[in-house]
Design a protein around this ligand. Structure first.
Ligand code: NAP
Length: 279
């Protein structure tokens, strides 16, 4: 069994972004990400801080907007409009979750698709659907990088994605399709999940249930990508896959932590660079 090292691969990607950012700065285009946080959810504050640190490392300027919990939808939309019209801003990220009185879909739709570094705008989702991805949701884009940089052949392989969320499962399946895998998407109504998963050469798990997938679901020699992040009853970080149970069966696997997790921010940096290069 070989571990797919997300820490190492994400560090490589951030170093590449850093180089590209320097080249852009020399050509007079400083890459810039605007991050908006509404409210004071402690987990969101940590994510936003990590994003700021990554920007600093990659020579990307970051602007931070920390808005009060009671900010109205109109105030948030007005700020997005202002950032859309600011030519010095390349990427706009609104940290989720938003307070309940704000409609997430309206917010995603308001962001200029060219600055939509989370890849959530319908135009970017549509581009991915027709096989012309530009700004792609960061976590699934990170999984593709993990596979490619670990020399996993995707073309022609049977891939099973467990999960169909708009943020992970669906874009993941579309990206694997763009890479010419034969893709099956599973969800809570899938019959005989075990049998379907056992067909996979590449099994991508985004089911949102701690250690749910064990060796019964895994074919001998399969590559397993675990997107899940949880804290178990002992406060230990774990994934959607029961790592200890499957590790003897797989050819390659991502650990949790240190697998898919660090890739999300690296791909965010990469999306900011892409948006700046296209400007
Ligand atoms: P989600 O919105 O809860 O989606 C879970 C998916 O799993 C749904 O499509 C659901 O099916 C399906 N599912 C649930 N129970 C199932 C079952 N028994 N059999 C088959 N399918 C089942 O979760 P998400 O946002 O996609 O996230 C998935 C996981 O990835 C979570 O653990 C999350 O913490 C993690 N995550 C990690 C990162 C990262 O940076 N590494 C980023 C985002 C998410 P239905 O559609 O039928 O309900």
């Amino acid at each position: 069994m070989e571990l797919i090292d997300g820490k190492k691969i994400s560090a490589e990607i951030k170093d590449e972004c850093k180089e590209k950012a320097l080249r852009l700065i020399r050509s007079g285009k400083e890459p810039c990400l605007a991050v908006i946080l509404v409210g004071n959810d402690p987990a969101s504050s940590i994510y936003v801080n990590n994003k700021k640190k990554a920007c600093e490392y990659c020579n990307i300027k970051s602007l931070s907007y920390e808005l009060d919990e009671n900010t109205t939808e109109k105030e948030l939309l007005d700020l997005i409009e202002k950032l859309n019209n600011d030519p010095s801003v390349d990427g706009i990220l609104v940290q989720l979750p938003l307070p309940k009185h704000i409609d997430e879909d309206k917010v995603f739709a308001a962001i200029d698709p060219l600055k939509d570094v989370d890849g959530f705008h319908i135009k970017n989702v549509g581009a991915l659907c027709i096989g012309k991805p530009v700004l792609v949701s960061c976590t699934p884009a990170g999984v593709i990088e993990l596979l490619k940089r670990s020399n996993v052949e995707i073309s022609g392989k049977r891939c099973v994605v467990i999960g169909r969320s708009n943020i992970v499962g669906k874009p993941m399946a579309l990206l694997m399709l763009s890479e010419n895998a034969t893709v099956t998407i599973c969800h809570s109504r899938t019959k005989d999940l075990e049998a379907v998963c056992k067909e996979a050469d590449i099994l991508i798990v985004a089911i949102g249930k701690p250690r749910f997938i064990d060796s019964k679901y895994v074919k001998d020699g399969a590559v397993v990508i675990d997107v899940g992040i949880h804290r178990d009853e002992n406060n230990k970080i774990c994934g959607d896959v029961n790592f200890d149970d499957v590790k003897e069966k797989v050819s390659k696997i991502t650990p949790v932590p240190g697998g898919v997790g660090p890739m999300t921010i690296a791909m965010l940096m990469s999306n900011v660079i892409t948006a700046c290069e296209r400007k």
